[in-house]
Design a protein. Structure first.
Length: 256
């Protein structure tokens, strides 16, 4: 029987020189209060240059306790001159070798896959995780813009069971463009929820994030809409901007 060789990057998976880490039991309380949710984090070298939140301090990675981890990952990306493709491959190896498969997986709590080649690597890692564990894996992407990175929904897919990808958009007007790229549902930032229940803007239905509307009582583990995109049936998940700086950014985007 041939022994599977573990990549060197994985043997050092959670050491301080890594540009990406995979955590079997994430401490992110939005995902799960019990810790029974896995997650991966990548440095911002993997983020698409077209993301309007990049480098402005508005992104989730720049908020709260996660900022400590992502600053270290970002510094390591620069220190060792990692490319986005390398980061996605390291993350894929970590998903394969470092995670038990006991829990649902949130891929790219920080970071993204900013090219079709990167998305193929990440998508296959997610597909393989789901196949071996029976647990859902999901992520969000800003890399869907047709005139920029042009990562389509199909680029992420591998095999005959779709992986769960939501296109991240900063206004409801951007949703049809993302859906033209094949994404069945989007994660949209809004300045303020119109209701705590699902509501309609134009032709799009927005479901306010239950974690936000319940003031933290409901976690991703409880909700499981994003990890199982097919349940949304074309509806979109709304996330309310909490920081005033982010609200200002969203206003600027929506006014264009």
């Amino acid at each position: 029987m041939t022994k599977t060789m573990v990549p060197l990057t994985v043997l050092k998976s959670n050491r301080k020189d890594q540009p990406s880490i995979a955590v079997d039991e994430s401490g992110d309380r939005k995902l799960s209060k019990s810790g029974q949710f896995s997650g991966t984090y990548k440095g911002e070298t993997s983020c698409p240059s077209s993301c309007p939140l990049l480098g402005k301090g508005d992104c989730y990675k720049d908020q709260g306790p996660v900022k400590i981890t992502t600053k270290r990952l970002d510094n390591n990306c620069v220190k060792f001159n990692h490319t986005a493709l390398e980061l996605c491959q390291i993350e894929a190896d970590q998903i394969k070798f470092c995670l038990s498969g006991r829990y649902p997986l949130r891929v790219g709590i920080t970071g993204d896959s900013p090219s079709p080649e990167c998305a193929k690597i990440t998508g296959k890692a997610m597909f393989d995780y789901q196949a071996r564990s029976g647990q859902p894996a999901f992520t969000f992407t800003h890399s869907h813009k047709a005139d920029k990175e042009n990562v389509t929904y199909t680029d992420w897919q591998y095999g005959d069971h779709p992986v769960n990808i939501l296109a991240s958009v900063e206004s409801v007007d951007q949703i049809p463009l993302a859906k033209k790229q094949g994404y069945p549902s989007c994660a949209v930032i809004v300045e303020k929820f119109q209701s705590n229940k699902a509501y309609k803007i134009g032709n799009e239905i927005i479901i306010p994030c239950p974690h936000q509307t319940s003031k933290g009582k409901i976690t991703c583990e409880d909700c499981m809409l994003c990890p199982k995109v097919h349940k949304l049936k074309g509806k979109n998940i709304g996330f309310e901007a909490k920081q005033e700086k982010l609200k200002k950014t969203i206003r600027g985007i929506c006014s264009k």
